[in-house]
Design a protein around this ligand. Structure first.
Ligand code: 3SL
Length: 247
């Protein structure tokens, strides 16, 4: 933590202006499910992911690329978009399906948060699945850090804040880092209270209830796994690829 300037958490993609992220390192968090899907796709050999803000942008890109090498993926309100190759279930992003492909990815909150943060200095994507890899990358950062929780349509999502708190706890080796802003203190407090049983508290969140009604519990169980990969997704020039280059 010697080099770290400040550490903050933003609680939804509508809670800040783009300018507030300039010259910062930003970590995008959308546990259920966009960031878990991005981590999984790259871990399973996807070449790159192009996050988009909406369906219009997705179809514009899709029209101009070779469909053999690209997959159109995403959801609206949790449901796979008609005509897309895949939805937003990380379990569907297998080696066989995503290996070697570039994914055009369009989701309700997660990819919008990535697009909104795209003017910042460094942008990583975090899930419980890769939390330690994210923490390692952040420990050597010289810029101010913002953990950006995508939330749900402008509202806070408990599971995103829990992961933000988990990251802060690990950066501080079990305590609150001294350069923490108010947002970071709140997330850290939440993690201290609920972090001992991540899967059970995530299952009780608002978004988990929405997903259970739509698709059952498999994706939620999957997204609650901690450190199953050291994949470190990073956005550069509009594409998310592996920082620690496995592909
Ligand atoms: O909002 C998002 O970006 C999605 O991750 C939401 S969902 O889990 O696909 O419903």
């Amino acid at each position: 933590m010697a080099n770290l300037k400040t550490l903050d958490v933003f609680y939804s993609l509508h809670s800040f202006q783009e300018d507030e992220l300039r010259n910062k390192t930003v970590v995008i968090i959308d546990v259920l499910r966009a960031s878990s899907s991005i981590v999984t796709a790259l871990n399973n050999g996807a070449k790159a992911i192009i996050p988009v803000a909406d369906m219009g942008e997705a179809s514009k890109i899709a029209q101009n690329v070779d469909s053999e090498n690209y997959l159109l993926c995403g959801e609206k309100d949790g449901i796979k978009i008609e005509g897309y190759d895949l939805g937003n279930s990380p379990i569907e992003f297998t080696k066989e399906i995503v290996g070697g492909k570039t994914l055009i990815f369009n989701t309700t909150n997660g990819t919008k948060a990535i697009k909104k943060a795209s003017g910042s200095q460094n942008i990583y994507v975090a899930a419980f699945l890769n939390v330690s890899a994210i923490v390692e990358a952040l420990k050597s950062q010289k810029k101010d850090i913002v953990l950006l929780c995508a939330g749900w349509k402008g509202r806070l999502a408990f599971e995103d804040v829990l992961l933000a708190g988990n990251i802060i706890h690990l950066i501080g080796d079990g305590t609150l880092p001294e350069d923490s802003r108010d947002g970071a203190k709140v997330a850290h407090g939440l993690y201290e209270k609920y972090g001992s049983d991540i899967a059970s508290v995530v299952h009780q969140t608002n978004h988990a209830s929405r997903l259970k009604a739509l698709i059952g519990t498999d994706d939620i169980d999957y997204c609650c796994q901690v450190d199953i990969t050291d994949t470190l997704p990073r956005l550069k020039e509009g594409m998310i690829t592996l920082e620690n280059g496995k592909t």
